[in-house]
Design a protein around this ligand. Structure first.
Ligand code: ATP
Ligand code: MG
Length: 433
């Protein structure tokens, strides 16, 4: 429809054809209004019953809500209309009628539970607040891509069907690949590392990760979007700097380009984080958690941080922060240990006050140490030969990280459930739509 005008562009004096959804019909007796909604907003269409053709009035006022309509007419100024203008129609056409009963109310007047909303995402995303989340998600991805390019990295796409997982057989979804067992990849970790030894050196990938995690939480999905970065000749501090830059760029992009969407979500003010993200060592982190008194049992060196501990520390710090220098034991084997202390790893996490956003670190690039790591982990290095053998032919020191895309959207917008940040979430209960 080349001749279509967006409702937001209709100016008094114009003759336009708008097309969209019948948002609301208000019949006041002698006069009736049809509100047409499209992706840019809404416009009022006025029907004066005594003065207009009966068929025209009937078509425009008997239409079921949420039907797709096309309206042509003159735009006039009208201070009492919601957008200060209205269309006086000379034709109204119902292009696709909606049934009178809808599974959820796109005007938002009647609340629907999350499950009903996800079952009817098309209707759900006719609401400004829900649409806003995905406009913002798109802006976040645009801004991080731009930030990665400014960091001199190349976007890559690595396979999602793999013969072996990143960290062994746990949490993997098995599939059948021409009669052979294969898996959905849980992380691009090994492939992006292979690229730092290639001529590309510095890479990023935005793509799906698949995790067969059994638990059902508000912050885990079985298919998530991972924002990954890896660079040759970076140490773990360089990697943290890049991480901070990219996360801040996402906030800045939204602050600059998503005013209307933030308003739809009820924001009066939205501020990108300023100042450096504090970097706490794991040891400082457990001391601070213990000092809050939030946990029944005090944490000791070597413990992983329980969720309540992370929350208490997040409240205490009050901003994004890194946790560095984790015990080597609780970080994956491909993370390098500190040269002067093998008990300490160069692994780090970036935390939002409410949850983990990123895990990263400097990688083990020495062939012998890497193969030892596989063995210590109980993994057969032979199965990962495609990966380890490249470490024999000149693999530079390197570092990188993986950022959960949905967690970034969720924490930025204060969403209560990560499923709100995915169009069609995959979880224990949900495989369709
Ligand atoms: P968590 O401890 O919170 O389950 P993780 O440490 O297992 O996360 P990593 O393997 O470190 O996750 O993955 C890097 C990032 O990817 C995480 O910090 C998180 O933001 C995101 N992520 C990982 N697993 C999931 C998931 N199941 N659903 C959504 N995001 C995830
Ligand atoms: Mg992690």
């Amino acid at each position: 429809m080349q001749d279509r005008t967006y409702t937001a562009d209709a100016e008094p004096g114009d003759t336009v054809t708008v097309a969209g959804w019948a948002h609301e019909i208000r019949d006041l007796g002698g006069i009736a209004f049809l509100i047409v909604r499209d992706t840019t907003g809404k416009i009022q269409v006025k029907f004066e019953k005594d003065e207009m053709d009966d068929d025209l009035v009937e078509t425009g006022t008997d239409v079921n809500r949420e039907s797709v309509v096309k309206v042509s007419g003159d735009v006039e100024e009208e201070p009492r209309a919601p957008t200060d203008v209205e269309i006086v129609p000379d034709s109204v056409e119902v292009i696709a009628a909606a049934e009178p009963e809808l599974p959820l109310d796109p005007s938002g007047k009647v609340d629907a539970d999350l499950s009903t909303r996800l079952d009817n995402r098309t209707l759900d995303l006719r609401k400004d607040e829900q649409k806003a989340i995905f406009e913002i998600r798109a802006e976040i991805l645009r801004s991080v891509r731009e930030a990665f390019r400014e960091l001199g990295s190349t976007e890559i796409n690595t396979p999602k069907i793999v013969a072996t997982g990143t960290e062994g057989g746990t949490e993997l979804f098995p599939i059948t690949y021409f009669g052979q067992e294969a898996f959905m990849n849980q992380s691009p970790q090994l492939f992006k590392q292979l690229m730092v030894g290639s001529g590309l050196e510095r890479v990023f990938e935005i793509g799906p990760i698949f995790r067969a995690e059994e638990h059902n939480t508000p912050r885990h999905l079985n298919e998530a979007t991972s924002i990954d970065f890896e660079s040759a000749f970076f140490d773990y501090e360089d990697a943290m700097d890049a991480c901070e830059t990219v996360v801040k760029a996402a906030y800045e992009g939204v602050a600059e380009n998503c005013q209307a969407e933030l308003e739809a979500l009820g924001y009066e003010e939205f501020e990108a984080p300023s100042g450096e993200f504090p970097r706490l060592t794991y040891e400082e982190a457990i001391e601070r958690i213990n000092a809050t008194g939030a946990l029944d049992d005090q944490l000791v060196w070597g413990d992983d941080l329980p969720t309540e501990g992370e929350t208490a520390l997040g409240d205490d710090v009050g901003s994004h922060y890194f946790i560095t220098d984790w015990p080597s034991e609780i970080k994956p084997f491909y993370i390098k240990d500190h040269d002067d202390d093998p008990e300490l790893s160069t692994g780090f996490d970036l935390m939002h006050p409410s949850m983990e956003l990123v895990s990263g670190g400097q990688r083990e690039h020495r062939y012998d140490r890497l193969v030892e790591g596989f063995e210590q982990q109980g993994l057969d290095p032979e199965a990962f030969d495609y990966y380890t053998k490249m470490f024999k032919y000149g693999m530079p020191p390197h570092a990188g990280w993986g950022l959960g895309g949905e967690r970034l959207v969720m924490t930025m917008l204060g969403l209560e459930n990560i499923r709100e940040a995915v169009l069609f979430p995959r979880d224990r209960q949900r495989l369709s739509p």
